[in-house]
Design a protein around this ligand. Structure first.
Ligand code: DX5
Ligand code: ZN
Length: 211
């Protein structure tokens, strides 16, 4: 299982997490960027991000919970960004947004909120590298996993396999050793986790990797 570590925490400094990540088996740093508009909270400025990630060599899995994701593209293309993930609910022209991200040489991620039905993404799947299924309402860490996310993952997996697409399925929110197993059984390829991993970074990354 691929593991992407979210550094969003209300109690631990983000840089104290990134300082430890390269000693773990983590695949990505999951960067939750919030603008105070698409969601209530705000996270780091770009210069704060640069400092926070400077302690790690891991590639970035950038999750933009913002109204205008393309505004961030030029900045994040300068970093070691693999996935640039925007919210389906945030933009009006999905295809245009996907193409712009590709123009910058980044992998395209599209995230979907718990209340949005998964089939809205089906027409775009052939151009999407990662679907980030939100298993909590976006905005903060430490919430409980929403069980109905599992049927979304199953439906999405079936559509990807039916068409032989290369899209991977990531799941974000309330992931731990138990919900992680359920996600895997439903078809997930990558788990995103903050609060569960922060309790014991090295060990809990390893547990999720081994799912
Ligand atoms: C929520 C963020 C998540 C969050 C996950 O809006 O997108 O990445 O940090 O936190 P946990 O794993 O604590 O649910
Ligand atoms: Zn996230």
């Amino acid at each position: 299982m691929k593991v992407s570590v979210s550094i969003l925490s209300s109690s631990i400094k983000a840089s104290d997490i990134t300082k430890k990540l390269d000693m773990s088996l983590a695949d990505y740093i999951h960067l939750d960027i919030m603008d105070g508009k698409f969601v209530e909270n705000k996270t780091w400025t770009f210069s704060e991000v640069k400092k926070i990630i400077s302690y790690s060599n891991l590639p970035l899995d950038v999750h933009l919970m913002v109204k205008d994701p393309l505004k961030y593209l030029e900045d994040y293309a300068l970093l070691n960004t693999s996935y640039f993930t925007f919210h389906y609910e945030a933009v009006s022209d999905i295809s245009k947004t996907i193409n712009k991200i590709k123009d910058y040489g980044l992998k395209v991620g599209v995230s979907i909120c718990p209340d949005t039905s998964i089939d809205v993404l089906f027409p775009y799947l052939k151009d999407i590298d990662q679907v980030l299924v939100m298993s909590v309402v976006p905005g903060k860490s430490g919430q409980s996993f929403i069980d109905s996310s599992l049927s979304k993952i199953r439906d999405l997996k079936a559509e990807i396999e039916k068409n032989n697409y290369k899209t991977i399925i990531s799941v974000d929110g309330g992931i731990n050793n138990e919900t992680g197993v359920l996600c895997k059984e439903s078809g997930a390829d990558m788990l995103v986790s903050a609060s569960y991993i922060h309790k014991d970074i090295i060990n809990n990354v390893k547990i999720l990797k081994e799912i």
